[in-house]
Ligand binder design. Sequence first.
Ligand SMILES: Cc1cc2nc3c(=O)[nH]c(=O)nc-3n(C[C@H](O)[C@H](O)[C@H](O)COP(=O)(O)OP(=O)(O)OC[C@H]3O[C@@H](n4cnc5c(N)ncnc54)[C@H](O)[C@@H]3O)c2cc1C
Length: 439
Amino acid sequence: MRKSGDELNIAVVGGGISGLSAAYFLLKKGHNVCLFERDPTLGGLAASFEFGGSFIEKYYHFICLGDQDLIDLCEEVGLGPKLSWRSTKMSFLYDGKLYPFGTPLDLLFFRPVSLLGRIRFGFNIIYARSLTYWQALENESARAWLTRHIGKQAYEVIWEPLLKIKFGEYADEVAASWMWHRIHRVAKSRKGFLAREMLGYLVGGSKMLFDTLADRVRGLGGEIRMSSPVTSVVLKDGAVTGVRCNNEDIDFDCVVSTVALPLLCRMLPKECADYRAQLARVKFIGVVCMILKLSRTLTDSFWVNINDPRISFNGIIEYTNLNPRPDLNGSKIAYIPFYLMTTNKRYAYKDDDLLQEYAAALRLVSADFSPAWIQDWHVFRDPYAQAICTANFSQIVPSQKAPVKGLYLIDSTQLYPSDRTISGMIGLAKKLAGVVQEE
Ligand SMILES: Cc1cc2nc3c(=O)[nH]c(=O)nc-3n(C[C@H](O)[C@H](O)[C@H](O)COP(=O)(O)OP(=O)(O)OC[C@H]3O[C@@H](n4cnc5c(N)ncnc54)[C@H](O)[C@@H]3O)c2cc1C
């Protein structure tokens, strides 16, 4: 398999954004690449599905102004003109009342929090926007840090539901450094202090990026094998010799894993027990996300944060308030995510039961809402939606070069303290191509 010269034969495991962009950057460096994807579609967590004749992402995705690696890659592969930006509205449902929540001015009038709490909240955003030395926040929880800065009431009303959207029952354990970066990233997506957030999307959705990247990979001589789950990484004398897929051992000089860490652990042979134990220290939370196709909008906001004891979920993302999707002929798309451990009984709730529960709750979000608005719906689940970034997380983040010769990995934890993003994963893939090249 090995060509003359310095090129390597590389197996990339996973056809999400990390795998596809790693394949692309490695091919550009002159290596031979074969990408293995378990599913019949590319895209992983950002994959789309056919929803009544249109391709829609299974999970909501937006782009921030600072997502430079994604913006650069779009330009490079000719998708620059397909990037679209919009100023978006955010609102907050508190105890049955919907408050605008997108600008500092909205915050000033957000009555559920005392005036002092609102002022302290605003100052914390300004502080987080300018702070760059996040290491000082690493060994403290977001809860402790925020409560100290903005007070208990503002934390419990505003930030706690937001942390719950992402980390469910683990919200209290998230490190302040992760929270700081989240505030920092979104604050940087405003063009001015008083402006709303500018969020972006790809006209045609992330699917267009995946299709374009797949074409580029094939055009550069790479191979993409769909419906091809890698069951193990094959080792000889402690070094990688290939992968096992569909009961066949296939030789490679090295392997780049882009799958979630618990899935990589399952692929590693017994002799990697120490490494597996190291990777298993990172815990993940799953997601159950309902996508609704509606005949009318629920609100005029892209993002509605929810803090209401009568509603089980903490947010609604009305995607068509960002990307109007003219191909949907006037229908609207809303996502209701719920992050939780897969051991939580809610993870296995029947889809129909969830629909009933959510439809009842939507009446509290929009008084006009009627279940007759629901034209179609679907529920998606993923067991490894988000790593739980607990205190001192940097100490357990795995490096791109594994302690096994010939094994490399790309994982969202390597973005810490940044949140996992498509742009961040593209940046990691570019970096990895450099790491492999240096070896
Ligand atoms: C609900 C939700 C909302 C999000 N919103 C945003 C957002 O607004 N903006 C943003 O930038 N990011 C967002 N993200 C994050 C973004 O989706 C991820 O960071 C990104 O898609 C991760 O890509 P990846 O390639 O690293 O991993 P994945 O997408 O998980 O890809 C891994 C791939 O590996 C495949 N695979 C698994 N096992 C095997 C095997 N044994 N053999 C071969 N293939 C295998 C899987 O099928 C999958 O295709 C969101 C994520 C979620 C869950």
